[in-house]
Design a protein around this ligand. Structure first.
Ligand code: HEM
Length: 425
């Protein structure tokens, strides 16, 4: 494969099998670590769509991803961390939240939100994760087969985020539909026939804003022990989110915390199926191996393809001069296969240690707020699966999500020996 044949902006690239994409990134790391690509032309007929900008540099080496992440004053998130094209103002309001802000705004938002993600709340959630995972497995245990993504991997993080916010179960299906559109609007599976992707994203955004505005108004009158109430309630520093910020933060949680965890769990089952030796190691001691295995799943899956930064002052990266306004995309999956950092990067090793992967982003102000929660969800689901459905395997080809942004799996057939429901069910 030649550098000239690689086009990271071409959607066809993201439909290639994983191994082929990995080969392309290996070529870029070795030969062109800051390759320039034209911005994707979204081909959108929407009036919201802006014309493509000047293109971007693909940051593919671990050392460079780390360097960019830890220097927010030179590499800004403020112009849109989760989109290549500068987002129209209306969309920034919905999708940007703190992931697309710089200091001082980012620090303020992160302070408030981190306080609401208190250890007490996360501990309470840990019990919920066990309960929800158990219930999902109960539901399929007698069947002997199912779609792993739709029945097990997708509902767990979705239900947990909705429960955290205090959204009733009756809203879960709406939230799932909108969340799919946010993260993978390029995938036709998630759009109604004739839908225009950008317009569909905006419509989904409005739907979520309405839902959360209603919930916020209710919680102001009737506070509850949930994240929505915590975010709206002034904390000890006199800080709180406005209802609009709560809605925007919820959309961020959906885009940042939902698909990512779902896809990690699905990639996890696939990896354990393709590497029976590693599965045997995990199954022999699920609690001890989870300490390293969960992070190896996140490295292996690298569920977020990239985040964007914009250069604010002239600087040098990998020996090349970058100018103010240059866009750089941090390709986490490539950094997570960097042979200069990982021994045998293409080996799935559930005991890998150390494992300085950047699946949750590299160290810096935007490092994943939900990393702890995501690790717990992956751990609990893997443990319960290996104990409750001990011979579960992926039994057919995964249907990849066609997306430039998330390394997703839409469907994954799985098979296991049916078991009777627990006596209490
Ligand atoms: C395996 C699952 C997950 C992966 C791979 C993942 C990955 C990431 C990445 C790559 C970033 C950006 C880092 C940067 O720009 O430097 C991020 C940020 C973020 N993540 Fe996660 N994430 C996961 C799960 C979650 C969960 C479960 C939540 C919350 C429920 C969450 C909430 C967030 C938030 C709020 C941010 C923005 C933080 C900021 O800008 O300060 N993530 N995540």
């Amino acid at each position: 494969m030649r550098v000239e044949d690689i086009d990271l902006s071409d959607m066809a690239f993201w439909a290639l099998p994983w191994r082929e994409r990995e080969r392309a990134f290996a070529v870029l790391r070795a030969e062109r670590p800051l390759a320039h690509f034209a911005e994707p032309d979204l081909g959108s007929s929407s009036t919201l769509a802006l014309p493509p900008g000047p293109g971007y540099r693909a940051v593919v080496r671990h050392a460079d991803v780390t360097e960019v992440s830890r220097r927010p004053e030179i590499y800004s998130s403020g112009k849109g961390a989760i989109s290549i094209i500068d987002l129209p103002e209306e969309m920034v309001e919905f999708f940007a939240s703190m992931i697309s802000t710089d200091n001082p705004r980012h620090a303020r938002l992160r302070r408030i939100v981190s306080a609401a993600f208190s250890p007490r709340r996360i501990n309470a959630i840990e019990e919920d994760i066990e309960r929800v995972a158990g219930r999902l497995i109960d539901r399929v245990a007698t069947l002997g087969e199912c779609d792993f993504v739709t029945e097990l991997a997708a509902p767990l993080p979705l239900e947990i985020i909705c429960d955290m916010m205090g959204l009733p179960a009756s809203e879960h299906a709406t939230v799932l539909r909108c969340s799919n559109i946010f993260a993978s609007s390029s995938d036709a599976e998630f759009l109604a026939p004739g839908d225009e992707p950008l317009e569909a994203m905006m419509a989904a955004g409005f739907e979520m804003v309405d839902l959360l505005t209603e919930l916020s108004a209710h919680r102001r009158e009737h506070p509850a022990d949930d994240l929505t109430t915590a975010l709206l309630t002034t904390n000890i520093d006199g800080e709180a989110l406005t209802p609009a910020e709560v809605a925007s933060f919820f959309i961020l949680l959906l885009t940042a915390g939902n698909e990512t965890t779902r896809n990690s769990i699905s990639h996890g089952l696939l990896a354990l199926t393709e590497h029976p030796g590693q599965r045997a190691v995990w199954q022999a001691d699920p609690v001890a191996v989870a300490a390293t295995g969960v992070d190896e799943i996140v490295r292996w899956a690298s569920p977020v393809h990239w985040m964007r930064r914009t250069v604010t002052e002239e600087t040098v990266l990998s020996g090349e001069v970058l100018h103010p306004g240059d866009k750089v995309l941090l390709f986490y999956g490539s950094a997570n296969r960097d042979e200069d950092v990982f021994e045998d990067p293409y080996t799935f090793d559930v005991r890998r240690s150390p494992n300085p992967h950047v699946g949750f982003g590299a160290a810096g102000p935007h490092f994943c707020l939900g990393a702890h929660l995501a690790r717990r969800e992956i751990d609990v689901m893997m443990r319960q699966l290996l104990v409750r459905l001990p011979d579960i395997v992926a039994s057919g080809e995964p249907v990849q999500t066609v997306s430039r942004f998330v390394n997703g799996i839409n469907h994954l057939p799985c098979r296991f020996t049916p078991t009777a429901p627990p006596a209490t069910a």
